[in-house]
Design a protein around this ligand. Structure first.
Ligand SMILES: [Fe+2]
Length: 237
């Protein structure tokens, strides 16, 4: 039986090599890039202030991308893997690059998801996603309460996520630092960043207030699209 390591260095890498970005293949700084915010940085005002959005995206997220590319520059073969696969095999990666990829690859994936699910007007989910929340998370009110409690209890830096499987089943999970359920082979429907850099300018030490306000900027259409993609097997990060 082939070991996971064997698979990683064999067929999987060959399959992934077809997707090498042209810039990386030509020796550019790295395969990953920081996409622009999908809306103006003021879009989440007044709940999340413009300056926080600008620094969070333009400095913090940018640093994760740059540091991920730097780690991959010493491990060219890994750079050919899609990010969700790289994170899903984090335990198989070379030890020399594992921590850097865990922190910065996790940071890139988490923040890419984070910008997507915000920029909306809050409210409540509908349709299939609403039904799944009722079924798996005890209804929208309980879901919000449990999610916020998990965010308050997360010691130090980390994230609270909702995971989703191919059957559309949802679950709540908190992770430290830039860890992500992708590292457990799962998919992320949505998540909130409880690092101080996400809220300190406006809320200082009042993390519970930030957690409560965050629901006002969610884009439930976008989250519904992610839900449908998860069920179709096309959701990556
Ligand atoms: Fe962050």
């Amino acid at each position: 039986m082939l070991s996971r390591r064997h698979l990683l260095t064999g067929a999987t890498l060959l399959a992934a090599s077809a997707a090498i970005p042209r810039a990386w293949a030509q020796g550019a700084p790295g395969p990953f890039k920081l996409d622009p915010l999908p809306y103006a940085p003021s879009k989440n005002e007044p709940h999340i202030d413009t300056q926080t959005m600008e620094l969070h995206h333009g400095k913090h997220h940018a640093a994760y991308v740059n540091n991920l590319n730097a780690a991959l520059s010493q491990n060219g073969e890994l750079a050919r893997m899609p990010l969700h696969e790289m994170l899903g095999r984090i335990g198989d990666l070379p030890e020399s690059a594992r921590s850097a990829i865990r922190n910065n690859g996790g940071g890139h994936a988490n923040h890419t998801m984070f910008w997507q699910v915000m920029g909306g007007a809050g409210g409540e989910p509908s349709g299939e996603l609403k039904s799944a929340i009722d079924r798996d998370l005890g209804g929208f009110q309980k879901f919000q309460t449990d999610f916020n409690t998990a965010g308050e209890k997360q010691f130090g830096s980390g994230w609270v996520f909702v995971t989703v499987n191919r059957d559309g089943k949802l679950a709540l999970v908190a992770k430290p630092n830039q860890d992500t359920p992708l590292m457990d082979g799962q998919r992320v429907l949505m998540g909130n960043d409880v690092w101080e850099h996400a809220y300190y300018l406006k809320y200082q030490n009042r993390r519970p207030e930030y957690l409560k306000a965050w629901w006002n900027v969610l884009d439930w259409n976008k989250i519904g699209e992610r839900y449908a993609a998860a069920k179709a097997g096309t959701l990556t990060i």
